[in-house]
Design a binder for this molecule. Structure first.
Ligand code: C5P
Length: 203
């Protein structure tokens, strides 16, 4: 079975939680594509060379989740040659036998426009900053400023800007519990899987 679930949205909207849960529930592979850009930013030096030489070990660093790593990732992600170097790996992962969930910024628009399911997961900047602040601590106003700066860079860049695919299902998690957001995501994926199996069974 080739079946791709593309989950896009801004920082700290809840994509990671939803992606892991969808992958677990349906037995799909999962790729957090933000980690690729974080690993490129964290290598330092020339980001294009880092993207071309990226190895699985680079994704295991324990400093990839910090605010600074997020900023470095988003700066590297605005460079077209960095994005180009990471496309093939992501496309192969998305269309590999067995099915996959990928979360990021451009999965439904650029990496896999043919994805069977596209979700755009978002929430207000204040809600996202608060959630991120609960994880990282420090000054909440600084976390909000960081979220807004990253949104502006990710949405404003020329190459693969963050935006919903025209056929994406929007999930605004601002006022949803994790369980409610998850129920919404699971029902979209389940309906599409059912749809596919009905079609393959019909004569
Ligand atoms: O999702 P995460 O916050 O880990 O992503 C870090 C940064 O990597 C984002 O702010 C964005 O600039 C970049 N990114 C991207 N395309 C993706 C995933 C992440 O440009 N598919």
């Amino acid at each position: 079975m080739i079946f791709t679930v593309a989950i896009d949205g801004p920082a700290a909207a809840g994509k990671g939680t939803l992606s892991r849960a969808v992958a677990d529930r349906f037995g799909l592979a999962h790729l957090d594509t933000g980690l690729l850009y974080r690993a490129v930013g964290a290598r330092g030096g020339d980001p294009v060379a880092a993207a071309r030489d990226l190895t699985p070990q680079d994704l295991l660093r324990d400093d990839l989740r910090t605010l600074e790593a997020g900023q470095a990732a988003s700066r590297a992600a605005a460079i077209p040659e960095v994005r180009a170097a990471l496309v093939d790996f992501q496309r192969r992962f998305a269309r590999a036998e067995g099915g996959a969930v990928l979360d990021g910024r451009d999965i439904g628009t650029v990496i896999c426009p043919e994805a069977e399911v596209k979700l755009y997961v978002t929430a207000s900047p204040e809600v996202r900053a608060h959630r991120r602040w609960l994880e990282v601590g420090g000054d909440e106003a600084r976390v909000l400023a960081e979220v807004l700066e990253r949104d502006a860079r990710d949405m404003g860049r020329a190459d693969a800007p963050l935006k919903p695919a025209p056929d994406a299902v929007l999930i605004d998690t601002s006022a949803l519990t994790v369980d409610a957001a998850l129920a919404a995501a699971l029902s979209v994926v389940a309906a599409r899987l059912q749809d596919g199996s009905d079609r393959s069974e019909s004569p």
